[in-house]
Design a protein around this ligand. Structure first.
Ligand code: UDX
Ligand code: ADP
Length: 461
């Protein structure tokens, strides 16, 4: 079946960029991205392409090309559900904060609300595509809700997990390693799979489009993220050993990464991984394993998260010790708040946890990030800690011109601009003694030490 009208529910980090590319590559298909957040929709429709709700390199160019042609953003959710032949569900699935599975399971209330709304509004057959990361067998739940609330039309459910990484989303969407589509093996199910394959084939080679059953597709997404996060926790755990033994983690990482069986990606030590996916998906995997009685399997995967927390704690404890031992009473400066470079997303960023730890130790902090704003920083810190005291944090616009205020700089995000700072000049202006805690090992530590800074990286002496 040839699809002419797509609706995507959820105009966030997944829905926005993904639909922009689908629309760009399929000018004959009308793509309506809807969201219940009207402010977000007006920002997507704004003339100011530099301030779209999602910052991704290359995104504004694609939006400029397709918006108004066959890409539309709207808060009229019902109308576009009604009109669509295919509906993507790209809403948030945060970890549950109450009820059964609290702290582990994904909260499916937004996905379930979408399913209910689709059932209530639909008068024609529709293909529903699960794009949000969901626990295995969610499709079953969506099916039940749809059929219970509407038995007049046929709903086919597909799972099409998103593998894009923020900061490189446009490239990942344009040349994906693979597109995964899971669906039922029935005649109708196969037809639905074919219609989605057709949409992706406009730009993705057929051999990179993988079709599976629904549950394999759902589980593959969780597993892919768990494997990636596992590599980071593995290298981070070794970084502590390096600090004890005198081995250098960057050298170890390079040496093992050259083994083609291991490969070099995702072996960069850091203050800890963040982002909306890794922690949530692993918690989900742990929950599913534990609910199935697989205690050892659950414990195995949970260890990735324990190491990640340990890495953040280790880093912040070192800063606290340094402040106390050296009697540094001035503010300290955190460079970077986003969970990685080239995004304005700060969900689960290591910076939030490190900052919170410093604040709990009565250390005042100044924060700078090129893309995250002060409201977001306040939101993140108050969400983590209800006793958050705003007056202990200052958000600054231009870190370098105020540098004489600080003794200690902690690099939290690997933004390119931090590497490009004139560190010689900064050293000449900064209060002494001057410490750099490089949570990403992005600076040339020999050079920085030579300038005079006390340099504390991760996994090296
Ligand atoms: C991840 C997956 O990569 C992507 O396929 C999936 O669709 C969503 O989750 P994302 O969270 O956007 O993407 O970014 P990613 O590049 O995976 O980085 C996640 C975190 O790990 C970041 O905080 C990053 O700084 C950190 N990281 C990454 C490391 O600390 N070391 C590394 O070697 C790689
Ligand atoms: P992701 O990273 O998964 O894209 P985001 O939080 O960035 O998550 O985006 C999810 C979007 O989904 C939000 O903008 C939210 O307003 C929207 N959303 C959630 N539930 C619904 C719903 N029932 N109808 C319309 N939009 C919804």
């Amino acid at each position: 079946m040839k699809i002419n009208n797509i609706c995507c529910i959820g105009a966030g980090y997944v829905g926005g960029p993904t639909m922009s590319i689908i629309a760009q590559k399929n000018p004959d298909i009308k793509v309506n991205v809807v969201d219940m957040n009207a402010d977000k929709i007006s920002a997507w429709n704004s003339k100011d392409l530099d301030n779209l709700p999602v910052y991704e390199p290359g995104l504004s160019k694609v939006v400029k090309e397709a918006r108004g042609r066959n890409l539309f953003f709207s808060d009229d959710v019902n109308k576009h559900i009604y009109d669509a032949e295919m509906i993507f569900i790209s809403v948030n699935t945060p970890t549950k904060i109450s009820g059964e599975g609290k702290g582990y399971a994904a909260d499916l209330k937004y996905v379930e609300a979408c399913a209910k709304q689709i059932a209530e509004v639909s008068k024609t057959d529709k293909i529903i595509v699960e794009k949000s990361t969901v626990p295995v067998r969610t499709s079953e739940k969506i099916k039940q809700i749809l059929r219970l609330n509407n038995s007049d039309v046929d709903f086919q459910i597909l799972s099409n997990p998103e593998f894009l990484a923020e900061g490189t989303a446009m490239r990942d969407l344009e040349i994906p390693d693979r597109v995964l589509i899971g669906g039922d093996k029935t005649k109708q199910g196969k037809k639905a799979i074919e219609s989605l394959v057709k949409i992706y084939s406009s730009w993705v080679p057929k051999e990179n489009i993988l079709t599976t059953n629904l549950w394999s597709s759902e589980l593959s997404k969780l597993t892919a993220n768990a494997f990636l996060a596992q590599r980071i926790s593995s290298i981070n755990s070794l970084s502590e050993l390096c600090e004890e033994t005198g081995a250098d983690i960057e050298e170890v990482s390079k040496a093992i990464g050259m083994d083609s069986r291991i490969g070099s990606s995702f072996l960069k030590t850091s203050v800890g991984f963040g982002g909306s996916c890794f922690q949530k998906d692993i918690l989900n995997l742990v929950y599913i394993a534990r609910s199935s009685g697989l205690v050892k399997v659950a414990d195995y995967w949970e260890q990735i998260l324990l190491i990640n927390k340990h890495q953040r704690d280790r880093f912040s404890n070192k800063i606290v010790e340094c402040v106390k031992n050296n009697d540094l009473h001035q503010n300290i400066l955190l460079l970077g708040w986003a969970f990685k470079k080239d995004t304005n997303d700060s969900r689960e960023s290591a910076a939030i946890y490190v900052a919170n730890n410093l604040l709990n130790n009565k250390i005042r902090i100044d924060i700078y990030d090129p893309k995250v704003n002060k409201d977001q920083v306040d939101f993140d810190l108050s969400y983590l800690n209800e006793n958050y005291d705003k007056s202990m944090v200052k958000f600054i616009e231009d870190p370098v011109s105020n540098i004489f205020n600080y003794n200690l700089i902690a690099i939290m995000t690997e933004w390119d601009e931090f590497k490009e700072y004139d560190w010689q000049y900064i050293y000449s202006k900064i209060k002494k003694p001057a410490y750099i805690f490089d949570g990403r090992n992005i600076l040339n530590f020999e050079k920085i030490k030579k300038i005079g800074f006390n340099y504390i990286g991760i996994g090296r002496k």
